[in-house]
Design a protein around this ligand. Structure first.
Ligand code: MN
Length: 330
């Protein structure tokens, strides 16, 4: 069979068989939105519009400093916030867990899922289009969707996708980065004529913005990249922060520990953790006895209350979630 037959028109036909309803469909990423989640929503909504569907991008909360910086550097507008998704039809990008989705998502209809995490708990009885691919960035998957649907990528979409890949893969340095991310990254940088030197500059601006906590309360800092999980019936929040100032790391860890009881209380979880990476190592912070058990089962006894030092850098998706899952099954 000729390769083209599996692409273009045939893919478009499959989309038409979904129940699109009569109202605007929202492409939306997870709560505590990061750059990959925001840019995925924008790029995928654009793709669906090009295919003739009424889809708009939304975000599930305030954009963080890195995303605001990327929007300025790459020239795109941030989508409006969707406060409540009850009764709406959604395309979920960059997540597939109800507990990470926009408020009201459990009373919404899920039409599509485009994600690079593990397959979550979203249940949908109607027909669904889902693409879950283990790459470094959801924007990489969306690039392949443009190809599959045979839609040309405009310069403005190329800029949006590149911003997502830069952030999602930490400029190709994160360990979840795959060859596919690299190939797509290269194609996009060539398309928008960005030299390696300029790319480095752009990425270092984004990095600076990501580490800029100015004007944020400790609680906002903790929640800026926190995700909720339900594993084996246990609900927990796991924050993820980068802090490279060795001199004040202890102070920073204790500030985060101090807000964790309140963050736990305000969220519907049983336990709370945070992964703070500092240069080439990580600190796992935990709060409450149950959390201590899980954290210590995964990473060994803590020498200081609430803190476990790990001599290498941990990734939330690749390292911690599998280790916690195993500990929770014990
Ligand atoms: Mn994300």
């Amino acid at each position: 069979m000729p390769k083209e037959l599996c692409h273009g028109i045939c893919y478009r036909e499959a989309l038409k068989s979904l129940d699109w309803g009569t109202e605007t469909v929202y492409a939306i990423g997870h709560k505590a939105p990061d750059t990959d989640t925001v840019t995925s929503a924008i790029a995928y909504a654009t793709l669906m519009q090009k295919l003739g569907f009424s889809v708009e991008a939304r975000i599930a909360g305030k954009a963080n400093n890195e995303t605001k910086c990327a929007a300025t550097l790459f020239g795109f507008d941030l989508p409006p916030i969707l406060e409540d998704a009850s009764g709406k039809t959604l395309i979920l990008v960059d997540h597939s867990e109800t507990c990470q989705a926009v408020s009201g998502a459990k009373d919404a209809r899920i039409l599509q899922i485009i994600d690079h995490h593990g397959l979550g708990d979203i249940m949908e009885s109607k027909r669904i289009f889902a693409k879950v691919f283990p790459v470094g960035s959801t924007c990489t998957i969306i690039y392949t969707c443009f190809q599959e649907f045979d839609v040309e990528i405009s310069k403005s979409v190329a800029r949006v996708l590149l911003a997502g890949i830069l952030s999602g893969t930490k400029n190709l340095k994160k360990k979840t980065t795959t060859e596919l991310d690299r190939v797509v990254y290269k194609a996009l940088t060539e398309q928008i004529n960005l030299s390696d030197k300029n790319l480095e500059m752009v990425y270092s601006e984004m990095e600076k913005a990501a580490k800029n906590f100015d004007g944020m309360t400790d609680e906002e800092i903790f929640n800026s990249d926190a995700k909720d999980y339900v594993i084996n019936g246990h609900k927990f929040r796991l924050g993820s922060l980068h802090f490279d100032d060795k001199k004040s790391i202890d102070d920073f860890l204790h500030r985060m520990l101090a807000v964790m009881p309140k963050v736990l209380q305000d969220s519907a979880n049983e336990m709370i953790f945070c992964n703070v990476s500092c240069h080439k190592h990580s600190y796992i912070l935990y709060f409450n006895e149950q959390a201590q058990k899980i954290a210590e089962a995964a990473y060994g006894k803590s020498k200081k209350a609430g803190i476990i030092y790990v001599d290498h850098r941990l990734n939330r998706k690749v390292d911690i979630i599998p280790a916690f899952t195993q500990a929770l099954l014990l």
